[in-house]
Design a protein around this ligand. Structure first.
Ligand SMILES: Nc1ncnc2c1ncn2[C@@H]1O[C@H](COP(=O)(O)OP(=O)(O)OP(=O)(O)O)[C@@H](O)[C@H]1O
Ligand SMILES: [Mg+2]
Length: 283
């Protein structure tokens, strides 16, 4: 296990990586270690950020969680199952429990919003038409996009496309939602709205969110826990907290703390003080 303490509290870990390792073959025949003997626990219901410089191994680590990348060594537990030991068929079933969204949305361009969201339910083949219809509408309601059900992706904005991708990822009722730079293609206002949606979904249905991002503001706005990667290693992990209890080990850690403190300073005063100062409204 990692020597870096986790702060997941008393909730049980839903995701547990044990000494996972992943290397890639380089053109010159050597191997490059993208993730190096890394251990990590993520609690059920957590909103967990993975940050680090470009090439630090964030996407590789995220893809190890659903075995889009198979580790060279180590174990990947999600919901108590070590995914590395499963047969192809068992793995396909267990992956229903892990949704994923990407920077470029990856929607089916020739399918309507309805058909995009229905896609994972249809390929699994265990649902009636009525069940699929009800679940698609439920998921589109969750992301606030019910009125676009008959639109095609080309008719949607970037933020709306990402909402469709979220609805599609949630359709099979996964316990985990993996997000790889989900807001990098969006402007800052759309980013904020999308982060609010992710936060609301986490609170409403309890889905555990793991989000890779290079935007520290995303971590500060959305995450309760963050892990920092450098050269394939987990170098620091802590709870996002207005009152940090420890000096951070990394520059990124200190920058996240500074953002949290700044937001605290800039937050509107509590209602009682608003009255005392003449009833200022921050609506
Ligand atoms: N399929 C692959 N074959 C060879 N090398 C790879 C492969 N996938 C990733 N790498 C290398 O592994 C390292 C980590 O890549 P990864 O995509 O995980 O980084 P990242 O932290 O997500 O970066 P970014 O912020 O740019 O997305 C990089 O040096 C990358 O070039
Ligand atoms: Mg990446």
């Amino acid at each position: 296990m990692s020597s870096i303490p986790t702060h997941a509290g008393t909730r049980r870990p839903l995701i547990r990586l044990e000494s996972v390792q992943k290397s890639f073959a380089l053109p010159n025949g050597e191997r490059f270690d993208a993730v190096q003997s890394l251990s990590l626990e993520i609690a059920e219901g957590e909103v967990f950020g993975l940050v680090g410089k470009s090439g630090a191994g964030k996407s590789t680590l995220l893809r190890l969680i659903n075995l889009l990348e198979r580790p060279d060594a180590g174990a990947v537990f999600v919901g108590g199952h070590d995914l590395t030991t499963l047969s192809r068929r068992e793995l396909r079933d267990r992956r229903q429990n892990i949704g994923m969204i990407f920077q470029q949305f990856n929607l089916l361009q020739n399918a309507t919003v309805f058909d995009n969201v229905a896609f994972p339910l249809r390929i699994h083949g265990r649902h009636s038409r009525a069940e699929i219809d009800a679940r698609v509408r439920e998921c589109l309601d969750l992301v606030g996009l019910a009125e676009k059900i008959d639109s095609y992706p080309a008719q949607l904005s970037g933020g709306q496309k990402q909402r469709v991708a979220i609805a599609r990822a949630l359709a099979p009722r996964p316990q985990v939602l993996l997000c790889d730079e989900p807001t990098s293609a969006l402007d800052s206002e759309t980013t904020r709205a999308l982060l609010e949606t992710l936060r609301a979904i986490n609170q409403k249905i309890g889905v555990t969110i793991v989000i890779v991002t290079h935007e520290l503001s995303v971590v500060e706005l959305l995450c309760r826990q963050v892990a920092i990667l450098e050269q394939g290693c987990l170098v620091e992990q802590f709870a996002i907290d207005a009152a940090p209890t420890a000096e951070r080990a990394t520059v990124l850690g200190r920058e996240i703390d500074a953002l949290v403190r700044r937001r605290e300073r800039e937050a509107p005063p509590p209602p009682a003080r608003q009255h005392a100062t003449g009833g200022l409204s921050y609506a």
